[in-house]
Design a protein around this ligand. Structure first.
Ligand code: DC
Length: 509
């Protein structure tokens, strides 16, 4: 390692974050070759000099860095140790991981994703506002915030002499009630900076105190079904994606990175009300939506995921929310043919911008793939009263841009989407693919069921499965998945306003 700034060397050794290292230096706890150094800018090379922190010799790292994410429960503190001996995130990981450092902070009353690592440089970049990595939260607030209040939250307000703002705030669900005190809303909030308790402070000043706050996403990292208090190691590909996002988020690569890692497509510096990607009334360019429609087994999810990754767009799987409504109904014993009854279930479902779905805060992305839920989904999907609520949710979800996967995205939800792709494949190919998805279920049975569902989806009165006149029709029967994604990506890249694809010159420059 060449000589680097001292705080960076200390962070790279996994001892502390860069900021904490600066404090250690200022406090006179760091020595280079026996001399106390208090100037943070000093450069040093641990291969050449003897660097000690609190007397401990800094050794260049031998073993690979480690990365863990954890779903922090409420009541647990984000710190390495608490003088009052309250429970901390470190109590939730095995002893072998206790040397890792929590990245950033989630206050005691909040829950959700926390990253732990001994990679000081990554920790620094994930938390530093300069790198603008988006963190996404689900917030339950008191009251029913109006649009103009959310616009205000995103423009920013002064609180105790600080300018605080949210980068994006969308109402996912409103829970009206006769009694004003009992009205609630669930919001999806994105922050790219993140001062202490910023979400809570902004929303509270605007009259909507936060009752529950849960972080669902850190850049590209999502909580893939971790129960509260559970942890998992990151897969190498997850670390790689995160690294790319924070390395790109500098100088002129910033805008590209903002798009790639799932943030709003409009520039983050915009202060117009439309900065949250909402509509065109404010004159802001409409969000870049890719509509991917088609019947079951046509490859929608794989293609939508592939496109989202390639263009760094969020991915919303609208079929998953129909499925989650069915699952909610099945769990509660609701008659799935009762439209008004089923409609109420939609308010409990939230789509994650990484293709997943939540029911009452529980990640159910896998549970909704069960064959009996598929059957339930096609029953509930026929109700116009349910579709009205879902279409509203899908439009809000996609208002900041993204790949939207479904049946009626190009015809009903986003009829003005700049790219529409209608995927199809011969029925026997679709049945074979679905049978693999469902753990090698009998192809004949899958095919019969699929025909029934296709008939319901295409024959229903409300938003039937139909190809939009201006959609690109791709028959994927004889293509590999890579080929299909490649062709679909070419269509996306050619559309006006498309973000640059990964690996393109704009990105690698
Ligand atoms: O794409 P999928 O198999 O996950 O969809 C599940 C069900 O939901 C299917 O019956 C079609 C229906 N659906 C819908 O009606 N509208 C959408 N936008 C997405 C799915």
């Amino acid at each position: 390692m060449a000589a680097e700034r001292l705080q960076k060397v200390i962070a790279a050794a996994g001892i502390a974050s860069r900021r904490a290292a600066e404090r250690l230096i200022a406090e006179g706890r760091v020595k280079i070759d026996g001399q106390v150094v208090r100037r943070p800018g000093v450069k040093a090379d641990p291969q050449v000099s003897e660097i000690r922190v609190d007397g401990q010799r800094l050794r260049p790292r031998q073993r690979p860095r480690r990365y863990v994410i954890l779903n922090k429960p409420i009541g647990c503190l984000t710190t390495r140790s608490d003088p009052k001996r309250r429970p901390t995130v470190m109590d939730l990981v095995p002893a072998g991981f206790r040397s890792l450092v929590p990245v950033g902070r989630l206050d005691g009353n909040s829950s959700g994703l926390i990253l732990l690592t001994d990679d000081g440089e990554l920790a620094y970049r994930v938390t530093h506002p300069r790198f603008r990595l988006p963190k996404v939260y689900l917030a339950t607030v008191r009251g029913l915030p109006e649009e103009k209040v959310l616009d205000r939250a995103c423009r920013g307000i002064r609180v105790d002499g600080q300018h605080l703002r949210l980068d994006r705030a969308e109402v996912l669900t409103r829970f009206p009630h006769r009694s004003e005190a009992k009205r609630r809303s669930r919001l999806m909030v994105t922050l790219r900076g993140g001062r202490n308790r910023e979400i809570r402070r902004v929303l509270s000043v605007l009259g909507h105190p936060v009752l529950e706050l849960h972080r669902t996403r850190i850049g590209s990292l999502v909580d893939t079904g971790l129960a509260p208090g559970r942890w998992r190691r990151l897969a190498p590909a997850e670390v790689e994606r995160l690294r790319e996002a924070i390395r790109l988020a500098t100088g002129r690569k910033k805008a590209t990175a903002a798009i790639r890692d799932g943030g709003p497509v409009v520039p983050a510096t915009t202060t117009e009300p439309g900065a949250r990607g909402r509509g065109t009334a404010s004159g802001v360019t409409p969000a870049f939506v890719v509509a991917v429609d088609g019947p079951a087994g046509s490859g929608k999810s794989s293609v939508a995921r592939g496109l989202a990754e390639r263009f760094g767009l969020p991915w919303f799987n609208t079929g998953a929310s129909v499925r989650a409504v069915a699952l909610a109904g099945m769990r509660a014993g609701v008659n799935l043919d009762d439209g008004p009854e089923v409609r109420g279930l939609a308010y409990r479902v939230v789509l994650d911008p990484a293709g997943g779905v939540y029911l009452d805060g529980e990640e159910v992305s896998r549970a909704v793939r069960a064959p009996e839920v598929s059957r339930g989904a096609s029953r509930v999907a026929v109700h116009p009263e349910l579709r009205e609520v879902l279409v509203g949710q899908w439009r809000r979800a996609g208002s900041g841009g993204g790949v939207m996967e479904g049946r009626d995205i190009g015809t009903v939800v986003f009829p003005d989407a700049p790219v529409k792709i209608f995927l199809d494949a011969r029925p026997e190919v679709r049945a074979a693919r679905r049978s693999v998805d469902e753990g090698d279920r009998d192809v004949g049975a899958v095919a019969a069921e699929m025909r029934r569902r296709d008939r319901t989806d295409s024959g229903r009165a409300a938003a039937p499965l139909r190809r939009a006149a201006d959609a690109h029709h791709l028959d994927t029967s004889d293509w590999t998945l890579e080929e299909t994604i490649h062709r679909a990506a070419a269509l996306v890249a050619a559309a006006p306003g498309a973000p640059p694809p990964k690996g393109s010159r704009e990105i690698s420059r």
